[in-house]
Ligand binder design. Structure first.
Ligand code: NAP
Length: 318
């Protein structure tokens, strides 16, 4: 296996995370395909896998990795596994993580993230919550539960996802254990420069989800991979647009969590690590019109959600 390809970042608690992760969200969510993708990814040097309770992919990730451990292809301590706390589990993160670990057939998780700054009724189980399922967010009590997960040895690191700079700063006011990571949408058309700056000041690592803009997802877009600027940079280097988008993220110091269940593209994405972009390429990408693709409309309503508008959800950072 080409593990020499794997490069890592050191998180604020000293643990290391490989900079390219394999995303496992797929609306088709076929367990066999997911497992095959993980086996292929392991062969190609991926050591970082991203899942979440709400994706329904935890059992497939767990089955594939258990198989790889059993066959001696890789050891548990050599892979970095992330999962996420859904809104309905803010009441009891410890129990939620125990269920996640059971799904994953693991004793501990490397990183557990608060998926969204949204709390839902305990029975809410759909990715798109009903209007009747929202509750007021009580981040202090949710975070205390996340900290307990660390204290109990159920995970090595805790963090957040989809948090604005304002929410990061509010969290830091009471956190005993600061978040190690904020996983957010980031790609050449949604660059998160202010968020990266603030997270950097607090030693919180930014991890980019949908680093290609999620082409092929119901809510995603081909705008990044079809951008004429990204395509011309790719052409110049004999690379692909996806590799340019991924290397642009790596050059900004973030890790990238990219989903592919296709053998050629799984390899292509890992090989982005070898691409060298010129300063001018980065400048050209940094000049692209910005556009947030994953806006989170499904978490906003006039009545029950604490967020009455997208501006409120993102604290006017949209
Ligand atoms: N924290 C959050 O709220 C959050 C939100 C969204 C996503 N995520 C995580 O981030 C991961 C990645 O995000 P994402 O899946 O939304 O978007 P993405 O990784 O930007 O894009 C994935 C899509 O691009 C296609 N693709 C992959 N490599 C490609 C390439 N080299 N060229 C062209 N197309 C390519 C994939 O299809 P094929 O499989 O056919 O290659 C898939 O349809 C998710 O799987 C999930 O783990 C987290």
């Amino acid at each position: 296996m080409r593990s020499s390809l794997v490069r890592e970042v050191r998180l604020n608690n000293g643990t290391r995370m490989p900079v390219i992760g394999l995303g496992t969200y797929s609306y088709q969510n076929d367990s066999y395909t997911t497992q095959q993708a993980i086996h292929l990814a392991l062969q190609m040097g991926y050591r970082h896998f991203d899942t979440a309770k709400i994706y329904g992919s935890e059992p497939a990730v767990g089955a594939a990795l258990a198989d790889a451990f059993h066959q001696g292809k890789v050891a548990r301590e050599d892979v970095f596994v992330t999962s996420k706390l859904w809104g309905s589990d803010h009441h009891d993160p410890v129990s939620a993580l125990r269920r996640t670990l059971k799904n994953l057939r693991m004793e501990y998780l490397d990183l557990y993230l608060v998926h969204w700054p949204v709390k839902l009724k305990p029975w809410a189980c759909n990715p798109m919550p009903e209007e009747s399922e929202f509750e007021d967010l009580d981040l202090e009590s949710t975070w205390a539960g996340m900290e307990q997960c660390i204290e109990l040895g159920l995970c090595r690191s805790i963090g957040v996802s989809n948090f604005s700079t304002a929410k990061i700063e509010a969290l830091l006011d009471f956190a005993s254990i600061p978040p190690a990571v904020n996983q957010v949408e980031m790609h050449p058309m949604w660059r998160q420069s202010r968020l990266r700056e603030v997270c950097g000041e607090h030693k919180i690592h930014v991890s980019a989800y949908s680093p290609l803009g999620g082409p092929g997802n119901a809510w995603g877009s081909t705008a990044v991979v079809e951008s004429p600027i990204v395509q011309s940079i790719a052409h110049k280097h004999g690379a692909t647009p996806a590799q340019v988008a991924l290397q642009w993220g790596l050059a900004k110091g973030v890790s990238v969590v990219v989903k592919s269940f296709n053998q050629r593209r799984i390899r292509e994405n890992m090989e982005a690590i070898n691409l060298e972009l010129d300063d001018g390429d980065i400048d050209d990408i940094d000049g692209l019109q910005e556009w947030k693709i994953m806006r989170g409309e499904f978490l906003v309503n006039d009545t029950t959600s604490p967020y009455k508008s997208l501006e409120e959800l993102w604290d006017y950072e949209i």
